[in-house]
Design a protein around this ligand. Structure first.
Ligand SMILES: Cc1ncc(C[n+]2csc(CCOP(=O)(O)OP(=O)(O)O)c2C)c(N)n1
Ligand SMILES: [Mg+2]
Length: 624
């Protein structure tokens, strides 16, 4: 009986596909028309990049994907990432033709105040992440595909890439990752239209090259004529049939469907003028069909994953004076916070025994993902999880996050709820030398739009800040250190984001420190006190937003003068944060920071050599 029903469904499906082909071709042309008209109205944009992918996209959205067009955020909708984000008008046209966006809105493309921006951002309900910085979509898609598996949902994630785009190394980090984890719910579609921006792509229509590359990374590869709807639909029917991710290489023509655009060089990123647009539309119109009212298969009804924030986390119990590195406290905190907060997942780039994320891995292996040594993909996978309502904590040495700078920048644009934890910061790591020392990370992370930057000095602060990170919505960076430091705060101390702690008060100087330099500042305060000189010491555990009120109040009692001391280069770190935030209030900042190229040595030797230890602080206080 079950078999008979199956056979019947198959016949019905076959009938549907046969009759739908003309409709899908027509919808593709309607998408082309919208893309051309919108970019002509905007006076900018990439109509030919839309035209090449129109058939594939029409087939996906009106003949294959299962989703609720009225509710793009629905948790079991199939996902679509337009990694070649410059084809945004095509995506917007889809969501107009399925009824979500009023068709008239399309002509407001790229206008200030309209969410139909030049490249998609999550201001739009149907864009999970910002795209347009090429090469980032597949890693995010891999994170989503893994999240689907973890959440026991059966949605697929489709990622559309350009053939020029796949020169990006990040694409291959993601391809490798998806192959390793056998993400058969992830589908990469390469719009192989032969052309890039300024010239032909490296491999043009040599489809074998693309096939061999994806195969080498463990993918199943299908080649299609990207303008043949029947072929596309047939290949899409094979999604999930084996245990490999699927790459569909679609041989297409840039500008397809319009005689004077198709396969022509020199049209990338160029809108048509009014007359050209009218000619193009006249060619497309006769066979164009509306997508409105076309039935779209509903996603399977599966239980929603339980992803709600807990009201509180279990208490901590540290003893004052215990020696614990903040990186180790991070691991402990992640287990405690993640135990109570099922949204929390963690990932690392093969440094988990150094960052201590391995504590979480050992406790909750099903919620941990080893991303191997591929930091761009590490961040992208975290972003993918975040789009699905998880709270991802991604960790590696802080300095290696700087190589994912663009993924982090775009995560900021996506307003992604990701938590980055970077260990081994500054010259205080000592012997490993400068390639392992994060000395630019604060500058980078502070500059990310909407970011929160936290820098605990000891274990209690670390624990409390990890709680804050889990609860805070948005991109957070936690800077942890390698050396052990003593617990100085009680277990009930709170560390609100944007606060600072005043640990000593005196009228001779205000020293603002964070992380390992806090202990140098405290040592300096003790030495100075022995000579009758009293100084204020502030723990600036929240670098962005800065604990401005506390620092300013302290500075006002010390002649509006502040000494900052940090294990970071002079540029862009704590000193610049304090100066930048408080100069308008008249505060003068003397920066003690790493000013020059470090080398291997003992931490203490290095901190002395670069003038960020207690002796340097004492000297500066006296000099001032
Ligand atoms: C990381 C990055 N580098 C460069 C660009 C500028 N750019 C935008 S589109 C494009 C060409 C893309 O070619 P392809 O991937 O083949 O897409 P097509 O338009 O042909 O579909 C370039 C170089 C970018 N957006 N992102
Ligand atoms: Mg191309």
């Amino acid at each position: 009986m079950a078999f008979a029903t199956g056979a019947l469904n198959y016949q019905f499906l076959k009938f549907m596909i046969e009759t739908d082909t003309e409709l899908l071709k027509g919808i593709a042309n309607q998408l082309r028309i919208h893309s051309i008209e919108a970019t002509t109205a905007a006076g900018s944009g990439h109509p030919t990049s839309c035209c090449s992918a129109a058939d594939v996209v029409a087939a996906l959205f009106f003949g294959h994907m299962k989703y609720d067009p009225k509710n793009p955020h629905y948790y079991n909708n199939d996902r679509f990432i337009l990694s070649k984000g410059h084809a945004a008008p095509l995506l917007y046209a889809v969501w107009a033709e399925n009824g979500f966006v009023p068709v008239a809105e399309l002509l407001k493309l790229r206008q200030f105040g309209n969410d139909l921006e030049g490249h998609p951002t999550p201001r739009l309900a149907f864009a999970d992440v910002a795209t347009g910085s090429l090469g980032q979509g597949l890693g995010v898609g891999a994170g989503m595909a893994l999240a689907a598996r973890q959440d026991k949902l059966d949605y697929n994630t489709y990622v559309l890439l350009g053939d020029g785009e796949i020169a990006e190394g990040a694409v291959w980090e993601a391809a490798s990752f998806a192959g390793i984890y056998k993400l058969n719910n992830l589908i990469a579609i390469v719009d192989a239209n032969r052309l890039g921006q300024s010239q032909a792509t490296a491999f043009g229509h040599d489809i074998n090259v693309y096939r061999d590359r994806f195969k080498a990374f463990g993918w199943r590869v299908e080649e299609v004529d990207g303008h043949d709807i029947e072929e596309i639909i047939e290949v899409l029917g094979g999604v999930g049939l084996d245990d490999k991710p699927l790459a569909i290489i679609a041989k297409t023509y840039k500008g397809a469907g319009v005689s004077f655009l198709q396969d022509q060089d020199g049209w990338h990123g160029r809108p048509l003028n009014q007359e050209e647009a009218a000619r193009a539309v006249a060619e497309l119109q006769p066979s164009a069909k509306s997508g409105l009212g076309v039935p779209i298969p509903a996603p399977t009804n599966l239980p929603a994953p339980e992803l709600t924030a807990p009201a509180s986390y279990p208490a901590i119990s540290y003893k004052l004076g215990d020696q614990i590195a903040t990186r180790e406290a991070y691991g402990t905190a992640l287990v405690r916070v993640g135990g109570a907060d099922l949204r929390v997942v963690a990932m690392d780039g093969d440094t988990k025994n150094s960052t201590f994320s391995d504590k979480f891995f050992k406790q909750f292996p099903e919620r941990f993902t080893e991303c191997f040594i591929a930091e761009q993909n590490l961040v992208a996978v975290a972003v993918g999880f975040a789009t699905r309502g998880h709270v991802p904590f991604a960790s590696t040495f802080a300095t290696f996050f700087t190589r994912a700078a663009d993924q982090i920048r775009v995560a900021g644009i996506s307003q992604a709820n990701v938590k980055l934890v970077g260990s081994h910061v500054g010259i205080s790591i000592g012997e490993d030398g400068p390639s392992q020392m994060a000395l630019e990370d604060l500058a980078l992370m502070r500059a990310i739009v909407g970011s929160t930057v936290l820098y605990p000095a000891e274990a209690v602060a670390t624990e409390k800040l990890v709680e804050q990170m889990a609860q805070h919505k948005g991109l957070c960076f936690l800077r942890t250190s390698r050396p052990k430091t003593p617990v100085i705060y009680g277990n009930d101390e709170t560390f609100p984001i944007g606060g600072a702690k005043v640990l000593r008060t005196g009228d001779k100087a205000t020293v603002v420190a964070a992380g390992v330099t806090l202990f140098e500042a405290l040592k300096a305060a003790d030495q100075l006190l022995a000579e009758g000189i009293k100084i204020t010491v502030v723990d600036a555990y929240s670098i962005k937003p800065l604990g401005k009120a506390e620092i300013l109040a302290a500075a006002q009692k010390t002649n509006l003068t502040v000494i900052t001391v940090e294990d970071h280069y002079t540029e862009g770190g704590l000193g610049d944060a304090v100066a930048g935030e408080l100069s308008s209030a008249g505060v003068k900042v003397h920066k003690l920071a790493v000013n020059g190229l470090p080398r291997s040595g003992h931490a203490a030797e290095l901190m002395a050599a670069f003038g960020i230890d207690a002796a340097a602080i004492v000297k500066t206080v006296k000099a001032l």
